[in-house]
Design a protein around this ligand. Structure first.
Ligand code: GLU
Length: 465
């Protein structure tokens, strides 16, 4: 079988948005699944709207998502010679022609066409004039006047376009730059792209591109046009619905694999399965299960999936993603074994990395900062004895494990006649400053004997004062 080669060709006119990331992901997954190649191409022919910042933002987002490319990035702005060569070939073979109609004339044709209820496009004035190049001339592609062009799409099945309705479109502007249709087809041909998965906002462009392939004499790629991602009101996802940029989700504390897992489900399915690791997606992704109905972006679902990935992903991987959030809270943590054991106590109770960083704070505090209400309720004279006893008892433990800690608490319970909660809750406040924390035993195990004893003793001092 021939090697599958897919591509992602963003226009660098803004950040990488949710829909673009999904397109990139589908193409990347398919290339990886098929052990093919994935090409990155920056479509920056529109010099006025393309920016370097946007290119960098796209790289940054792809890198965060872990979507890597085998070829490129190619820049269309560096390929004008190649486009010119193909335009010349199309002129030489009679598939294209120079047109000197002014924009005003073309606008008038459209208006007249519309008024007549017919084809609202270029009327072919220069089609058979055999004009040569001149200042301000554009090059138009000669579309067939009759017949149909069929898009055989893996998602949408057959879509038939009447050639009559496809105008002689421009392939080279008056400033000698190529248009999108020309550049994209020449690039896909010269980069050996054989599979194009993209948003269905490109369906109407496709017949023009198919006609270009035919004129150039090159086999068509496999096309798959996926429905646009919708917002919760079922209109096309936009800023109105919340954050659109991929890196905004990084900054909100989502794991890249959770985000990918969520994105893929907006247009692809594998039975009823919702949770996928990245490796599992590579293993299972094929074009057969691309869906033809639009996915609705639902932040609650994304959040739930994030919590599940935080729970299931390896602690070392989470540690890497958590570090920037710890830094942001000025927590002096290192990416080490201690951090991984901290994560082990928090991964079942954190929905985002922001939440996790916040919950991790006490593990790194020399002096516990008591929440006022929690201290007033729990660090009182009635817990003085038990906290002192607990400090002494824990100090004498040889091996800090769950069993020996449980024994220590049991002993204090027996001696004081207090229930576990009456001992554990003040201890929790003494160690974390808060009334909510990971399980008391696992937390003490991570804190270690020395830290625990010091903090319990400090709470005793606090109560005495
Ligand atoms: N550059 C185009 C876009 O960002 C993509 C073109 C294509 O996929 O053919 O929409």
């Amino acid at each position: 079988m021939k090697e599958i080669i897919t591509r992602f060709p963003p226009s660098p006119t803004g950040y990488l948005h949710v829909g673009g990331a999904r397109t990139a992901l589908f193409n990347w997954l398919y290339a990886r699944h098929m052990k093919g190649r994935f090409v990155l191409r920056i479509e920056d022919t529109d010099a006025a709207r393309s920016t370097k910042e946007s290119v960098d933002a796209i790289f940054e987002a792809l890198e965060w998502l872990g979507i890597d490319w085998d070829e490129g990035p190619y820049y269309q702005s560096e390929r004008f010679d190649i486009y010119r060569e193909y335009i010349q070939k199309l002129l030489d073979t009679g598939n294209a022609y120079y047109c000197t109609c002014t924009p005003e004339q073309v606008a008038a044709m459209r208006k007249a066409g519309m008024a007549a209820g017919g084809k609202a496009g270029y009327d072919g004035t220069c089609r058979d004039k055999g004009l040569s190049n001149s200042e301000g001339a554009v090059v138009r592609f000669k579309t067939p006047l009759t017949g149909t062009t069929v898009l055989d799409d893996v998602v949408k099945r057959n879509i038939v376009f009447n050639n009559e309705e496809i105008e002689d479109f421009v392939i080279q502007r008056s400033d000698a730059t190529p248009t999108y249709h020309l550049a994209v087809v020449v690039d896909d041909i010269t980069m050996n792209i054989n599979t194009v998965i993209r948003g269905d906002d490109h369906v109407s462009n496709t017949p023009k591109q198919i006609l270009l392939y035919r004129a150039i004499g090159h086999p068509l790629p496999v096309y798959g046009h996926v429905p646009m991602v919708l917002g919760n009101d079922r209109t096309r996802l936009s800023k109105r619905h919340g954050a659109m940029s991929v890196t905004a989700y990084r900054d909100m504390g989502y794991l890249p694999d959770a985000f990918l897992n969520y994105l893929v489900r907006l247009g692809w399915s594998f039975g009823n399965q919702e949770f996928f690791s990245k490796d599992e997606l590579v293993e299972k992704f094929t074009l057969d299960n691309l869906g033809s109905s639009a996915g609705v972006f639902d932040t609650d679902k994304l959040l739930a999936l994030n919590a599940e990935h935080i729970k299931k992903d390896s602690k070392s991987k989470i540690a890497g993603h958590l570090m920037p959030f710890l830094k942001a809270r000025k927590i002096d943590a290192k990416q080490d074994e201690y951090l991984e054991s901290v994560i082990g106590t928090l991964n079942k109770r954190s929905k985002t990395l922001i939440e996790m960083a916040e919950s991790a704070e006490f593990y790194y505090q020399k002096d516990v900062i008591y929440d006022e209400k929690a201290a007033r309720k729990n660090l009182t004279s009635s817990s003085l004895a038990s906290l002192g006893m607990l400090a002494d008892r824990i100090e004498s433990i040889e091996k800090m494990d769950e069993q020996s800690l449980e024994n220590a608490f049991m002993e204090v319970m027996e001696k004081t006649g207090l229930k576990l909660g009456k001992i554990a809750q003040p201890a929790r406040v003494a160690l974390t400053g808060k009334t909510v924390s990971p399980g008391i035993f696992e937390m003490i195990e991570v804190l270690g004997k020395e830290e625990t004893v010091i903090k319990l003793q400090k709470a005793v001092e606090f109560i005495k004062k």
